[in-house]
Each structure stands twice: as C-alpha cells, then as structure tokens.
Design a protein around this ligand. Structure first.
Ligand SMILES: NC(=O)c1ccc[n+]([C@@H]2O[C@H](COP(=O)([O-])OP(=O)(O)OC[C@H]3O[C@@H](n4cnc5c(N)ncnc54)[C@H](OP(=O)(O)O)[C@@H]3O)[C@@H](O)[C@H]2O)c1
Length: 203
C-alpha cells in the first residue's frame, strides 16, 4: 500500500519505518522540502497515500488540513495526533467533542479513523513487535466500520494488536488514554518505551 504522512517527525518516522519494513511505499509530507527522496509536500503526500496519517502537532491541523481536503476525499485518513501543548498538557477543547471529531469537520469527505495516538513512537520498534513477541494494543475509533477494520488490518501487519473500540466519538476516550500516558511519562513513572496492552480475558 501507499502510505502518506503529514509530518516527518518522531511518530511519522517510526510508523513509516515499520511500514517500509512491511513493504509499504511511504512518503512524508512537510512544509519545507529537503533532499530526501521520501519527503514531499503535504499536498503530494496526501495525493500519494491510499492511507494518509496525520502525524503533525494538533495545533498545526487547522492550517494544514483545508488545502488537503480535495486530495483526501474518499480516502482513509488516520488521526494519530493528540491535542497537547508544548508542555504536554492537554489543550482545552470543546468538552462535547474530541480532537478527531474536529478533524472530521475539517475533512468531511474522508474516511476518518483515530488510531496509533496512544502509542509512543519510541515503542514502535520492529524487533520488539515482530521478533520479540511484544504485544502493543492500538485502539481504533471510527464511524466508517470498513475503514476501521482496514486500519486494523494495516496495524496488525505492522505488528500491533488492533482493537476496534467503536465510533469516532470514542476518540474522546483514546485521547484521554494518551493524556494519561503522557502524564505518566512526564512525571517519569514510565519512559517512552512503555506501552499499553489489553488482555482480552481469554475465550
Ligand atoms: N512522538 C510520539 O511518541 C507520539 C505518539 C502518539 C501520537 N503523537 C502525536 O503525533 C503528532 C506528531 O508528534 P511527533 O512527536 O512526531 O512530533 P515532532 O517530532 O515534533 O514532528 C512533528 C512534525 O510535524 C511537522 N509539521 C508541523 N506543522 C506542520 C504543517 N503545518 N504541515 C506539515 N507538517 C507539519 C513538523 O515539521 P517541521 O519540521 O517543519 O516543523 C514535524 O515533521 C502529534 O500530534 C503528537 O501528539 C506522537
């Protein structure tokens, strides 16, 4: 598959490296182009991807998304962002909706899925996920059930344990989980190799 990213930072590079190891074709969409064959403009990355992953700061989305709307129409877009400020604290949002539901309003024609936001980039290591038997859950929230399961298949292929968690409104819970992870990391209770795994309780 072709995977486009918005951003080329920690999360995009970690997920992109996993994707490339799985045989996916990856492009990173950035603001300032540089000499790197995998780096293109955000618009080119959006047009390129079968799946497009939002991996830039939440605060960048209001400006970054509107120009991509047409290129992303009908495509699966994964919102992996967390609405945090530079100090890692949660940004105040409308209490009636998650960041992802705001993205859905900015990109009304795409198939929006919330996923990967609860996983630290540093824990996305190919060896751990695919050779050392580490199971990391990725929670998936979307109103488009087929898109949710397509992302589950993609995540499973990368080595994650996907868990479809319900409609896009449940992105509120996924974002709250990420806030907890980040708070635990900020107070040094865990480091950025920490990860969540849900024991489903057997058969
Ligand atoms: N890192 C993690 O462990 C982790 C885990 C889960 C979720 N997330 C979420 O993933 C997102 C990215 O986090 P990160 O840690 O990867 O951040 P990062 O390392 O700071 O990278 C951010 C990337 O976004 C790019 N960017 C900023 N504004 C942009 C715009 N308007 N258009 C295109 N690209 C833009 C930056 O490019 P420039 O160099 O041009 O600024 C940079 O490549 C955040 O929303 C974060 O909450 C991160």
């Amino acid at each position: 598959m072709k995977i486009g990213f918005l951003g080329a930072g920690s999360l995009a590079r970690s997920l992109g490296a996993l994707g490339a190891r799985c045989g996916h074709d990856v492009r990173f969409g950035v603001r300032r182009l540089r000499a790197d064959g995998f780096v293109v403009s955000a618009r080119e990355a959006a047009a390129f991807g079968d799946i497009f992953i939002l991996a830039s700061p939440y605060s960048s989305l209001a400006e970054a998304l509107p120009p991509l709307r047409r290129a992303l129409a009908g495509k699966i877009v994964i919102d992996a962002t967390n609405p945090v400020g530079p100090d890692w604290a949660p940004l105040p949002l409308d209490p009636r909706q998650s960041a992802a539901e705001g993205v859905a309003q900015d990109l009304p024609d795409c198939r929006l899925v919330k996923a990967f936001n609860t996983i630290f980039a540093d824990s996305m290591r190919w060896e751990d996920l695919n050779e050392n038997g580490r199971r990391i859950s990725t929670f998936i929230a979307a109103d488009d059930v087929r898109a949710a399961y397509a992302v589950a298949g993609f995540a499973e292929g990368l080595g994650f344990d996907p868990l479809v968690a319900g409609p896009l409104t449940h992105a509120r819970y996924l974002e709250a989980m990420a806030h907890l992870n980040i708070a635990l990391m900020a107070q040094k209770t865990v480091n950025t190799r920490a990860a969540l795994h849900v024991d489903r309780g057997g058969d």
